[in-house]
Design a protein around this ligand. Structure first.
Ligand SMILES: *Cc1c(COP(=O)(O)O)cnc(C)c1O
Length: 393
């Protein structure tokens, strides 16, 4: 017997102002790309779009790395691919764990058979260079860390780490899912060997692709593996043969063609704005947001001077119900922000200022909406918008 036939209205999605740490609102050019005619994944016209996307990704990552591609999945796949390609069972991996995403990196390294050496960092803080250097006194294959820790709103400083890693013959692996396109990530200048990101955060593409880049040293290391990468789908040596600009293309997977169009457009907009201007926009909006929140008496979670511009974690004030406030922001203003993760579930709000969602208008609108709701929920406050306005002068 046939199951009963479902009957729904045609798809309807509400308009939202997306201020969680991803996804963000889409720039019109990116939305347009998603309704462009579909091409086959081996069509020369599409292959050219892939080549352009690679060139744009190299600009966004500030790298000349040949192996620079977009994995056909979200940022988490970037993390899996980065670790799985570099680590072989028994390799030692030094991983900085300063929040949920560092924790996930350590977990993935463990699943890949690494002997994981965790550098534990209190939430809200960043790791010290000395701690990394001392962990490297024992030989390690890789030092891995998260640049923008989305669960805490902390930016981990990257300067100097590559030098220390390379002095000890370790590769430097960095998660820039929450930072690429919002905070400067000059991959070559920083000496990063493996760097991945996600489309839906500061690049403002839809979720579904994960840009990733490998240095010559990382590629050499992968070529010298004793065993094959355990994951066939995320083996970059195979993916490279589909994304190659020079050799004959070998089918690997049916590319998410529309997502590639969208990522191309998103990265083209980054180039059009210019990285420097884009990073300055994020810094300016984030600073105004923090100023406004603090004027309302709220406490920004991350310690100075490690506050991340693209994600602000702020503590839920005593006596205020986290879910009620976020529910009202969504219902009454169409604004989405995120709640806390791990131990901070129910105790933190995480506000994204990323890509296309990062604007002065959104800072002021969010502060006004939050201020109104908090007043009605019994948390007396005022002056958030005014303080932010002054900061934006
Ligand atoms: C969002 C995020 C991820 C995971 O990306 P998905 O696209 O959700 O798979 C990984 N690392 C960081 C720092 C993130 O913010």
């Amino acid at each position: 017997m046939e199951l009963s036939r479902p009957s729904f209205d045609a798809l309807h999605t509400p308009q939202r102002i997306l201020l969680a740490p991803g996804p963000t609102n889409l720039p019109p050019a990116v939305s347009q790309a998603l309704i462009a005619p579909l091409l086959g994944h081996m069509d020369p016209a599409f292959l050219q779009i892939m080549d352009e996307t690679k060139a744009l990704l190299r600009y966004v990552f500030q790298t000349t790395n040949e192996l620079t591609i977009a994995l056909p999945a979200t940022g988490g796949a970037g993390m899996e691919a980065a670790i799985a390609n570099v680590i072989e069972p028994g390799d030692r991996a030094v991983i900085i764990v300063a929040g949920v995403f560092g924790e996930r990196m350590a977990e993935i390294a463990g699943r890949c058979g690494a002997d994981v050496d965790r550098i534990e960092v209190e939430w809200g803080r960043a790791a010290e260079l000395e701690a990394i250097e001392s962990a490297l006194q024992r030989k390690a294959k890789v030092v891995g860390l998260v640049h923008g820790e989305t669960s805490t709103g902390v930016e981990q400083p990257l300067a100097g780490i590559a030098q220390v890693a390379h002095d000890h013959e370790a590769l430097f692996l960095v998660d820039t899912v929450a930072t690429l396109g919002g905070v400067a990530v000059p991959v070559d200048a920083l000496g990063i060997d493996v760097c991945y990101s996600g489309g839906q955060k500061c690049l403002s593409a839809p979720p579904g692709l994960s840009p990733i880049t490998f240095s010559t040293q990382a590629v050499e290391s992968i070529k010298g593996r004793r065993q094959k990468v355990q994951s066939w789908y995320l083996d970059v040596s195979l993916l490279e043969q589909y994304w190659t600009e020079t050799g004959a293309r070998v089918y690997h997977h049916t590319a998410p063609v529309l997502m590639v169009y969208a990522l191309r457009e998103a990265c083209r907009l980054v180039a059009e704005e210019g990285l420097e201007a884009r990073v300055a926009r994020h810094a300016r909006c984030a600073s105004a947001l923090r100023t406004g929140l603090q004027a309302m008496g709220l406490q920004v979670f991350a310690q100075e001077p490690y506050r991340l511009d693209t994600v602000t974690g702020v503590l839920v004030p005593e006596g205020v119900n986290d879910a009620a406030v976020r529910g009202r922001l969504l219902e009454e203003f169409g604004i989405e922000i995120a709640g806390g993760l791990g131990a901070y579930r129910g105790r933190m709000w995480r506000v994204g200022m990323m890509g296309y969602s990062c604007s002065e208008a959104n800072v002021l609108l969010f502060l006004a909406a939050l201020g109104k709701i908090l007043n009605e929920e019994g948390y007396r406050n005022g002056g958030g918008v005014e303080a932010a306005t002054v900061a934006l002068r």
